[in-house]
Design a protein around this ligand. Structure first.
Ligand SMILES: C[S@@+](CC[C@H](N)C(=O)[O-])C[C@H]1O[C@@H](n2cnc3c(N)ncnc32)[C@H](O)[C@@H]1O
Length: 273
């Protein structure tokens, strides 16, 4: 990129970060989108608008609010200390309603993880790529009791700080990190990687993201899912569309075993590489 372009991108990134709605997002991702939009338009005002739109599409559209995290962590602390499992499940389920992706999963949560884990070997470590609030579903997952590790990645600083506190409360090793997975493939190795409803979202910015991540992630087992309903509620043909898309993405790989699971709101592929 030419020097003038670099300066243009930098001031566009600053303008995005000046807005409270986007301040919390990975600077790496904002820079990537800003550069892409400037290349397309050369008009700073339009590029700023387009960058914010893209950030909304891939992140903000799913999230209700980010104001609650300190309060939430305290509530989780109290309930965890009480040892009352049902209260913990209820609280985590309530918190998961604040992100559209987990909200859509609440009704199927117990069968969802019971069925997925029954298809997997014993799991001691998880990578959760573009995780949203899904790490709050930990109490439903059948991880090894001792020494389990969970690595979660998303683009919101406040969200991953909260999730880091949650992992510590649950005595789970690993970490929650801000990571733009379009530019940095998670280096950690784990027994399973979750790519839950992540591929359609990431492919809005990079058409090659799904193809690449499926091959690059360091995990023997993958759990890849797709929404059957859109955020707006329309659902006609989504299952067929995403099934065909997933089969295209894994075309050409050899020796991968695959099991398809269909839930009311989600299509899941459990893959053994
Ligand atoms: C459709 S949601 C899926 C959330 C979660 N996996 C689930 O199913 O509950 C997509 C998530 O990807 C995150 N995201 C978007 N772009 C990303 C990127 N480049 N790197 C990492 N995460 C990203 C968003 O913030 C959002 O939480």
């Amino acid at each position: 990129m030419e020097r003038a372009d670099e300066q243009q991108v930098a001031s566009l990134v600053d303008a995005v970060l000046a807005s409270a709605k986007y301040r919390d997002i990975s600077k790496e991702l904002i820079t990537r989108i800003a550069a892409q939009e400037l290349r397309k338009r050369h008009n700073t005002k339009e590029a700023l608008k387009a960058t914010k739109n893209k950030l909304h599409q891939v992140g903000g559209a799913y999230l209700d609010t980010r104001e609650h995290y300190t309060l939430w962590l305290n509530e989780l602390k109290v309930v965890t200390l009480s040892g009352n499992r049902q209260r913990l499940l209820d609280l985590c389920a309530t918190m998961m309603t604040y992100h559209a992706s987990t909200r859509e999963r609440i009704a199927i949560l117990p069968q969802f993880y019971a069925q997925i884990f029954s298809e997997l070997p014993p799991i001691r470590s998880v990578l959760d790529i573009a995780c949203g609030l899904n790490p709050l579903a930990l109490p439903w997952m059948q991880l090894a009791e001792e020494g389990a590790a969970y690595y979660a990645y998303d683009i919101y600083h406040s969200m991953v700080d909260f999730l880091q506190g949650w992992l510590a409360l649950m005595h789970v090793q690993g970490s929650a990190q801000v990571c733009d997975v379009l530019q940095t493939s998670p280096p950690q190795q784990a027994d399973v990687a979750f790519l839950l409803k992540a591929i359609p979202c990431l492919e809005q910015l990079d058409k090659t993201a799904g193809h690449r991540l499926l091959r690059e992630i360091h995990a023997q087992n993958l759990v890849v899912s797709f929404p059957i309903h859109s955020l707006g509620g329309r659902s006609r043909g989504m299952l067929e569309h995403y099934e065909a898309h997933f089969r295209e993405l894994i075309a050409g790989v050899q020796h991968w075993e695959m099991k398809r699971l269909i839930f009311d709101s989600e299509l899941v592929f459990v893959v053994k590489k």
